[in-house]
Design a protein around this ligand. Structure first.
Ligand SMILES: Cc1cc2nc3c(=O)[nH]c(=O)nc-3n(C[C@H](O)[C@H](O)[C@H](O)COP(=O)(O)O)c2cc1C
Length: 359
């Protein structure tokens, strides 16, 4: 466990992700920090997400001649300098005024892509305008507003949809409730200020909403002819249902421990889900990724790319666009070092052979 004592680097540059996390917590008001850090229930899922990464090791492989491994890859036709996307996280203006505009600009600078949220502080159109090369995937919920939202997303130039299937209602967020926070709802309303979507508003007010089925989602996505990611898959059976509904990719996720508690850690479920999917569609992973080593393990265990939620938000809170850019740079640097030490020349060569259960 690395402990950082001073949040703001003396030389004006963040050298580690721990420094960025510490700076974020130092800058955020208490209620915003709780909103960002907390999970559902007694936070067993939140803790399990981190513990899962400690059960694996990277196998050293010296003397392979690998000196400058290539970290770039492609996901759904989108080129990425490193297999990392930023997660859709709502309420982004709580962390920095420019929220997902800054995230997308940072992603454009580092060569990765944003998944832009439905309940963010800015609209899909505003984020696309701020950084069209990074704003490539738009997240939305399977609610009755789906058709209207998908039309807007397509018109704004996005390549793919990301449908969050694990949040028909918000999880029981214990620490949030205890904090009794009262944020201005406008921070979640970037997409609904002008054409009010009552279902989105009611979800985030924790009211019951009409929950969809896979059949309904299959019909809705077929109407719009865009590739789509099913976000929030935690079992092989549900991955199969998502593929049956036409999903173009599976995102193994427990919403960063913010929905069901207790639920399985995402990384623990990745090998079985990847085996079930068997290469038919790409598999992504989120929940608990905090280091370049975590990215390495996720890729080795079957993910084509990873999605970072809190890590990106820490960068945003610590130093806006610069903080997110540094976060991606540091993740890339650590991954590059580990690939060198493990003798992995490129992302395609990173397989389960590179890791082992911790002895
Ligand atoms: C502050 C915050 C807000 C979030 N809002 C959304 C959201 O609006 N839609 C969604 O699909 N996921 C949302 N998520 C979940 C993330 O997309 C992602 O699944 C999760 O953060 C991954 O775990 P990690 O934070 O450990 O990386 C949110 C997460 C956080 C931390």
């Amino acid at each position: 466990m690395v402990t950082v004592t001073s949040a703001f680097p003396q030389d004006g540059e963040f050298r580690t992700l721990e420094e960025i996390h510490a700076a974020a917590l130092e800058r955020l008001p208490r209620d915003a920090a709780v909103y960002l850090e907390s999970g559902a229930g007694t936070e067993q899922t939140l803790r399990a997400n981190r513990e899962a990464f400690t059960r694996w090791v990277i196998k050293p492989k010296p003397m392979t001649g690998v000196g400058d491994p290539k970290t770039n890859t492609e996901f759904l036709g989108i080129s990425l300098s490193v297999p990392v996307l930023t997660a859709p996280f709502g309420g982004d203006a709580l962390f920095a005024r420019d929220g997902h505009l800054a995230v997308a600009r940072a992603n454009a600078a580092t060569g990765i892509a944003s998944i832009v949220p439905e309940v963010g502080s800015f609209s899909w159109e505003q984020v696309a305008e701020a950084a069209p090369s990074a704003a490539r995937i738009a997240q939305l919920h399977p609610f009755d507003s789906f058709d209207a939202s998908a039309e807007r997303i397509k018109a704004a130039g996005y390549d793919a949809l990301c449908v969050t299937v694990d949040c028909p209602i918000m999880g029981f967020r214990t620490r949030n409730r205890m904090e009794r926070f009262r944020f201005d709802p406008v921070v979640w309303a970037g997409n609904v200020i002008h054409d009010c979507s009552p279902n989105v508003a009611s979800t985030y007010g924790s009211k019951i909403v009409p929950a969809w089925t896979w059949d309904q989602l299959a019909e809705a996505t077929a109407r719009h002819q865009m590739p789509w990611i099913a976000k929030g898959i935690l079992t092989p059976e549900v991955a199969e249902a998502a593929i049956g509904a036409g999903a173009s990719a599976i995102l193994v996720s427990n919403h960063g421990g913010r929905q069901i508690d207790p639920s399985p850690a995402s990384l623990d479920m990745l090998p079985a889900i990847a085996a079930q999917v068997a290469g038919r569609v790409p598999v992504l992973l989120d929940s608990g990724l905090r280091t370049g080593g975590d990215v390495f393990l996720a890729l080795a265990l079957g993910a084509s790319a990873v999605v970072i939620g809190r890590l990106a938000a820490y960068g945003l809170a610590a130093a806006g666009e610069h903080g997110v850019r540094r976060t991606v740079e540091l993740l890339t640097e650590e991954l590059h070092i580990l690939m060198t030490l493990a003798g992995i020349p490129d992302i395609g060569s990173l397989t389960a052979a590179a890791v082992a259960p911790r002895p």
